[in-house]
Design a protein around this ligand. Structure first.
Ligand code: OFO
Length: 169
């Protein structure tokens, strides 16, 4: 495997691992602050990010490279509100989109079209995630500080979980 591509893929693995930890920290905050729906949704999303990471890990290893695990930062663990959390998620996902695009750019520069093709899945996934988080954020902004409205959004987030073991527990 092209070493520049391999290094950049390993950096992306670290970012996906951080995403998973970030959403885990957010799920924990929601769980202890009375937002069970948002919490389930975020536990599940933490699992999804781990899946994004593993998909990259297997790709690197299968293509003759070797995954190099790196240090992963401790994410923030205190938040002001659910609005604060989803605002930070949106910003984080925009950062991930930029990172995937840069990674794709490296594969083009290095003429590694196989990896470029593999990354199409991530490019599509980022479009879907950004759109999902924008929709959720818009709804949260709409209810503002209204507690009854926030209660309903929390229920809605509960309904958006797919019933993974992490979300159910
Ligand atoms: Fe939330 O995105 Fe991974 O890739």
């Amino acid at each position: 495997m092209n070493s520049k591509v391999e290094t950049t893929l390993n950096e992306q693995i670290q970012k996906e691992e951080y995403s998973s930890r970030l959403y885990l920290a957010m799920a924990i905050w929601c769980e202890v602050n009375g937002f069970p729906g948002a919490s389930s949704f975020l536990y599940e999303h933490a699992d999804e990010e781990r899946m994004h990471m593993l998909k990259l890990v297997h790709f690197v290893n299968d293509r003759g490279g070797k995954t190099q695990l790196m240090n992963v930062e401790v994410p923030p663990q205190e938040y002001d509100s659910v609005l604060d959390i989803f605002t930070q998620i949106k910003e984080h996902e925009m950062f991930i989109t930029e990172s995937i695009n840069n990674l794709y750019g490296v594969t083009v520069d290095e003429k590694d079209y196989t990896t470029g093709n593999f990354l199409q899945w991530y490019i599509t996934e980022q479009v879907e995630e950004e759109s999902l988080f924008n929709t959720i954020l818009d709804k949260i902004k709409l209810v503002g500080r209204d507690k009854a409205g926030m209660f309903h959004i929390d229920k809605e987030l509960e309904g958006m979980t797919g019933g993974s073991p992490a979300a159910a527990e």
